[in-house]
Design a binder for this molecule. Structure first.
Ligand code: NAD
Length: 440
């Protein structure tokens, strides 16, 4: 479409709804064709997307490919490989009183026009992975990239319409006014990734139209380190999980819980791991990202004096650099423990052992992820049974979300609903009940 002024949200939604009503998004062939085009968009324009991600977040090209572009390509391939199987009608046993000739089954119906609102931290992946699911389920889709990652937003707004069916897929760029205008419209599903404050705004707006929502939120994801674990391995994995994207990852380990003796040994191990991964001067490491903007930079610098600095602590506002930082002796009531950190600060809070760690987790909001580093089968099983979190990772942070056959989502304050792989089909479809009783 060629407009001099951006199309108004109401017009976008009306246009997509009209297209949906024609049934053009329904055939599996349309869906798979869109997914293939999206894949081409990613493979044709990898360097441009990587450059945008570098401009927005200082992300290295390797990381952009691993965590955003390649991640989405894998999600597309997984979906293309299984879509027919996932969409197959599912027969249900029929009760006797309906007679032997009656049949019952479920089928997945597309919902209609869905809205995907994405955040800035993985601004490509977190817009495109939900889009994969929404298209695979046969919907028309409005995507709203984050205005806080402007280069990626602009790149996606230019590229997506060049590859996808613009009758049924639209990009609306903008910040709060544009999102507010979009949220006034009637959608058949809203998929929001971001913080809980805006999550509540989204859910309130959705309630006006009885629109179901998926809220992919965040929070403080704890990591418990048990005594008698190999602390060099633990430290290496914690550092890679925490400082990826300079800590701006929704499932990053937010803080460490461990006993005082283990903490004393873990501190130098973490310092060694930071140097091993990012070198003696992380500011010079091409693998290390920058903070998204000055507001978040200032907020994070304000949290730096919440404990004793084990490693890091430095920052540079001009380049929005904050060193990978480990803080020890952190009081559970310190500012760094009162909000989701969403940056490269890793506080260590000491507890007596697993009992106290479990109580600590349960005293707080249900996290998006929980990580347990323990050789004890009993301790591992206790965390699974006695705590609630979106996901639980033993021994390796972040990795559960790369398993396409696992649902990715939160619980309680960390969100509602889930997606990835077949769970995206569940999210973006209505599972319709059908009954057939022959007339003769
Ligand atoms: P953000 O500021 O980019 O906001 C997300 C979206 O909400 C944007 O598209 C933005 O335009 C929109 N928005 C902002 N204010 C709004 C308002 N008043 N009304 C309507 N829309 C509005 O991103 P953010 O929220 O800073 O992202 C960080 C948060 O997201 C963290 O809490 C993080 O843990 C969470 N997160 C969760 C996941 C997940 O998959 N569960 C992934 C990434 C980030």
């Amino acid at each position: 479409m060629n407009h001099s002024a951006p199309e108004q949200p109401a017009a976008v939604v009306a246009r997509l709804r009209a297209a949906f009503r024609t049934g053009r998004t329904q055939p599996v062939e349309w869906r798979t064709a869109q997914l293939r085009r999206l894949r081409e968009m990613l493979t044709d324009n990898g360097p441009e997307l990587a450059a945008a991600l570098h401009a927005d977040l200082g992300k290295s090209a390797a990381e952009a490919h691993r965590t955003e572009i390649g991640f989405t390509v894998r999600e597309i391939d997984h979906t293309l490989g299984h879509l027919t199987e996932w969409l197959r009608p599912d027969p249900a046993p029929v009760p006797e009183h309906l007679g032997a000739d009656a049949r019952a089954w479920t089928q997945y119906d597309p919902l209609g026009v869905v809205l995907v609102i994405a955040p800035w931290n993985y601004p490509a992946q977190l817009l495109l992975a939900p889009l994969v699911g929404a298209l695979a389920a046969g919907n028309a889709v409005v995507v709203k990239p984050s205005e806080l990652a402007p280069a990626t937003s602009a790149a996606l707004a230019r590229l997506l319409p060049a590859y996808l069916d613009t009758n049924a897929v639209a990009v609306v760029e903008g910040g709060i006014p544009e999102t507010t205008a979009l949220l006034a419209e009637r959608f058949d599903h809203i998929f929001y990734t971001g913080n809980g404050t805006v999550g509540r705004i989204v859910m309130r707006a959705a309630a006006e139209h009885l629109t179901p929502v998926t809220l992919e939120l965040g929070g403080k994801s704890p990591a418990f380190v048990d005594r008698d674990t190999d602390l060099d391995v633990v430290a290496d994995r914690l550092v890679r999980g925490k400082f990826l994207n300079a800590g701006q990852t929704c499932v990053a380990p937010d803080y460490v819980l461990t006993d005082p003796e283990t903490a004393a040994a873990l501190e130098p191990a973490l310092a060694r791991a930071v140097e091993a991964v990012y070198g003696p001067d992380p500011a010079a490491s091409p693998a290390y990202s920058r903070i998204v903007n000055e507001r978040h930079f200032d907020r994070l610098v304000g949290l730096l004096d919440s404990g004793r600095v084990v490693v890091g602590g430095g920052s540079d506002r001009a380049t929005k650099y904050i060193a990978p930082t480990v803080l020890a002796d952190v009081d559970p009531e310190a500012p760094v423990m009162r909000e989701e950190i969403f940056g490269p600060l890793l506080p260590i809070v000491t507890v007596a052992g697993p009992d106290e760690a479990i109580a600590f987790v349960n005293d707080r909001d249900k996290p998006l992820a929980l990580y347990v580093f323990s050789e004890s089968g009993e301790t591992r099983a206790r965390f699974a049974a006695e705590t609630s979190s979106g996901g639980l990772g033993y021994g390796l942070p972040l990795a559960h979300l790369t398993v396409s056959d696992l649902p990715f989502g939160g619980v309680g304050e960390s969100g509602m609903g889930s997606y990835h792989g077949r769970y995206s089909i569940e999210t973006f479809s209505h599972r319709k009940a059908l009954l057939d009783k022959p007339l003769s």
